[in-house]
Design a protein around this ligand. Structure first.
Ligand code: ADP
Ligand code: MG
Length: 225
């Protein structure tokens, strides 16, 4: 079952009055439910841009995006926000945790944003943190955690609303090799245990080796998948 379709996506970023970057030039791809897929390609080839469109963070200038059989490229900003909160989990290179909040609060906030009551959000956060091996670190702030632990919290945050798909942009980019291998192994286990779909933009061959499939991008297009 195809869970995500990107069809002939074009995206231009305006730089000046008559100056723009054509970041995507007809990029197309499909992701099947339960797959763990890597997207690889040179810097500037459009990987982050296509992730943003697939994750409902932005809209294409041309082309279609379907998530779970529903077109999302033509939705309003408000509708995109709603879908993004419930159906997509994000993992970023820099973890992007809120520095003043504990691990538990960082994760439960994501559940509250998606409409879960405060109490249920806290329970869901505790469970998600336990799943990533952070059950003993609930009240630690990001500055009191190692990089690998922070990325585990970020993964718990990505999973707390039981999303259909998890998108990662260089999820091991800021981690040393050993920690990076632990995080990859953990994502693979979550993928296998829960059938969660992962799409991971990466330069890391350890990630692409762990994935079911690699999609290559160049100059704003998917060259093979
Ligand atoms: N917000 C933006 N404004 C202007 N140009 C952008 C923006 N985001 C990306 N670009 C440009 O679009 C192209 C593709 O960028 P990106 O999708 O980030 O590539 P990648 O993630 O593969 O490195 C690059 O030339 C980049 O400079
Ligand atoms: Mg990028």
């Amino acid at each position: 079952m195809v869970i995500l379709t990107a069809n002939n996506l074009h995206k231009r970023y305006q730089l000046g009055k008559n100056n723009f970057v054509h970041a995507l030039r007809g990029a197309s791809l499909e992701v099947v439910k339960g797959e763990m897929v890597a997207i690889m390609g040179p810097s500037g080839s459009g990987k982050s841009t296509i992730m943003h469109l697939m994750g409902c963070l932005d809209r294409p200038d041309e082309g279609h995006v379907q998530l779970s059989g529903r077109r999302v490229d033509n939705l309003s900003g408000r509708e995109l926000t709603k879908i993004r909160g419930k159906e997509v989990g994000f993992i970023f290179q820099g973890f992007n945790l809120i520095p003043t909040l504990s691990a538990a609060d960082n994760v439960s906030l994501a559940a509250e944003y998606a409409g879960t009551s405060r109490r249920k959000a806290r329970d869901a956060a505790d469970a998600a943190l336990a799943d990533v091996g952070m059950g003993e670190r609930l009240n630690h702030k990001p500055s009191e955690l190692s990089g690998g632990e922070q990325q585990r919290v970020a993964i718990a945050r990505a999973l707390v609303n039981d999303p259909r798909i998890v998108l990662g942009d260089e999820p091991t980019g800021d981690l040393d090799t050993e920690t990076s291998d632990e995080i990859i192994e953990m994502m693979r286990k979550i993928n296998e245990d829960n059938d969660t779909t992962f799409v991971l933009v990466t330069h890391n061959p350890e990630i692409s080796d762990a994935c079911d499939r690699v999609i290559h991008m160049r100059d704003g297009q998917v060259t093979d998948s």
